[in-house]
Design a protein around this ligand. Structure first.
Ligand code: NDP
Ligand code: 8X3
Length: 259
């Protein structure tokens, strides 16, 4: 792995923080990046899952630190992340969609959950981690998980789409903010990935969630992890600003071909 720092120094252990690693894309990323040269720091609210993943990551020869907290709380972000100091890589993945309905039927608790997690949580984490990167003066790499919803707003998805539009804007602006510190900022914007995303969106309704992936070959979490790994492995002078990934059966937020 090239290492994602601008000065190309040989650092023996790469420290990689993945938020929202108890499921889906975050879990797959933690596992894909785990090897004898990495320390993987995983976060999430479900403690048992974190502990189980820690064992899997360690079985691949990596060091692992499991941090059990809620990114919606700035106080918890500070308590758990400040002591880490500098990490080489941050993957800002924790996020969710809650609900799928017209704006007049929307539930404000769902809106709060999406904005507090996808936007404010990402900001809290980024402030702490980018701050440590800037202070250490060794560069770094931050990858935000956006979405095709970040440029293609769709019916019934106003607030989720708005939250991912925010991630898209934040990614572009923070790339400029962190430019002089040699910190790479990239965004991965997936289409349909088969994870717990839809089950969470439909508040635990598994049957409805399964319907989202019926008749299609959706992307899997590890497909996104593969792209993240590729981005991290590029030479120090190369950065992927933004990458859109979709299953072959999908052409955009409004076009999916189902068999
Ligand atoms: P999952 O539901 O499978 O995973 C979401 C992860 O985020 C879980 O580990 C969850 O952990 C964590 N998380 C959610 N809320 C919080 C919180 N308040 N504090 C800490 N961790 C939290 O979904 P995906 O893997 O699909 O989603 C990952 C990211 O990918 C999200 O940002 C999503 O918007 C984005 N995305 C997903 C797509 C898809 O089709 N699946 C497409 C485009 C983007 P826990 O519940 O344990 O806290
Ligand atoms: C997840 C993809 O199209 O369900 O961000 O919003 S979509």
């Amino acid at each position: 792995m090239y290492l994602c720092v601008t000065n190309n120094k040989n650092i023996t252990m790469k420290r990689i923080l993945v938020t929202g690693a108890t499921s889906g894309i975050g879990r797959a990323t933690a596992l894909r990046l785990a090897n004898t040269d990495t320390e993987i720091i995983i976060t999430g609210r479900r403690k048992e899952r974190l502990e189980a993943l820690k064992a899997e990551v360690e079985a691949k020869g990596a060091k692992c630190v499991a941090l059990n907290f809620d990114v919606r709380s700035e106080a918890e972000c500070i308590e758990y992340l400040k002591p880490l100091g500098r990490v080489d890589v941050l993957v800002n993945n924790a996020g969710l969609a809650a609900g799928l309905e017209h704006i007049d039927k929307g539930d404000s608790a769902d809106w709060d959950a999406m904005i507090d997690t996808n936007v404010k949580g990402l900001l809290y984490v980024t402030k702490i981690i980018s701050g440590a990167m800037v202070e250490a003066g060794q560069g770094g790499h931050i990858i935000n998980i956006g979405s095709i919803a970040g440029t293609e707003p769709y019916e019934n998805g106003a607030v989720y789409c708005a939250s991912k539009h925010a991630v898209h804007a934040i990614s572009q602006a923070m790339r400029a903010d962190l430019l002089s510190a040699g910190i790479k900022v990239g965004e991965v914007r997936p289409g349909m990935v088969e994870t717990e995303f839809s089950e969470v969106r439909f508040h635990g309704d598994k049957e409805r969630a399964e319907g989202v992936y019926r008749g299609v070959e959706a992307l899997q979490g590890d497909d996104i992890a593969l792209a993240i790994e590729w981005m991290l492995n590029l030479p120090a002078h190369m950065n992927v600003n933004d990458i859109v990934l979709m299953p072959t059966c999908q052409a955009g937020a409004y076009y999916t071909y189902r068999k």
